[in-house]
Design a binder for this molecule. Structure first.
Ligand code: ATP
Length: 247
């Protein structure tokens, strides 16, 4: 049987004490899997990822029911930093890089939770440059002056500097040309295959996400309304009608 690296059991999230946004979401990511979390704008994808990372407080949100298990441990009481130390990191929507730092400096900020030496960090920096050739070419450029695609790569590269077992990737395709999106997804696939990183991938771009994911969940209005392996979802008539072709 495949092991599960991340499991959400019946998660409920409320914003501002009254706004019920996730109404009992359950999902599982197998170790070494790429799982897509799909759904329209506002369905609850970002909220789900932030519930896992424990990042809802800043937005006056809280998990009011359910459990979240990462790598065998209940993680809901952990700080985002502690979760990163244990190997689960979120790459936020909108590619948050430090615009006034170079690409290389941005990558280094991703190593802040580590306690091993600079030699190991240098090795991982080379690993990141090996996957993201464009970042290696632009390592001395200020991130704010690089393209949207390069900034998305920088955000993923920075996350990799924490040596994650799992990355929660929020809408990497947003605002990017299809060719760049494909380039990024190919690298995600490589990282998954060669470094063993598991991914939970929140995407509105259903087409692209199902091409790379092994399994998918569709969220509507804070509930999982359908799930299945990527192939069966992309062949499903309802999915085709409502989700394919809209992005
Ligand atoms: P997006 O494509 O915008 O990221 P999403 O599927 O990730 O969409 P969420 O951002 O999780 O959706 O939002 C889910 C619902 O929660 C939306 O109805 C949104 O308006 C609401 N919501 C999000 N953040 C807050 C907040 N801080 N306070 C109140 N409601 C919020």
């Amino acid at each position: 049987a495949t092991e599960t690296i991340l499991a959400l059991n019946n998660i409920e999230v409320i914003y501002d004490h009254v706004i019920l946004v996730l109404k009992g979401v359950s999902l599982a990511v197998p170790k070494g899997g790429i799982v897509a979390l799909l759904g329209a704008n506002g369905a609850g994808k970002t909220t789900t990822l932030k519930a896992i990372s424990n990042l809802l407080h800043a937005e006056r949100g809280e998990v009011t029911k359910g459990s979240i298990v990462f790598n065998g441990d209940e993680v809901q009481a952990l700080s985002p930093n502690e979760l990163v130390r244990r190997g689960c990191i979120q790459v936020m929507e909108g590619r948050h890089c430090f615009g006034h730092l170079t690409i290389e400096e941005n990558l280094l900020t991703g190593a802040f939770t580590r306690r091993d030496g600079s030699a190991a960090i240098k090795r991982d920096m080379d690993m990141v440059y090996g996957y993201f050739r464009r970042l290696s070419e632009r390592k001395n450029s200020l991130a704010g002056y690089t393209s949207g695609g390069e900034q998305q790569m920088c955000a993923i590269g920075r996350a990799l500097m924490s040596r994650p077992k799992m990355i929660l990737l929020d809408e990497p395709s947003m605002g990017l040309a299809p060719q760049i999106v494909e380039e990024i997804f190919e690298i995600v696939k490589d990282l998954n295959a060669k470094e063993g990183v598991s991914f939970l991938l929140a995407e509105q771009n259903t087409n692209m996400a199902l091409k790379y994911a092994t399994y998918g969940y569709i969220l509507e209005n804070g509930r999982v309304v359908m799930d299945g392996d990527a192939r069966s979802l992309s062949e499903n008539e309802d999915v085709k009608e409502f989700y394919l072709g809209i992005s």
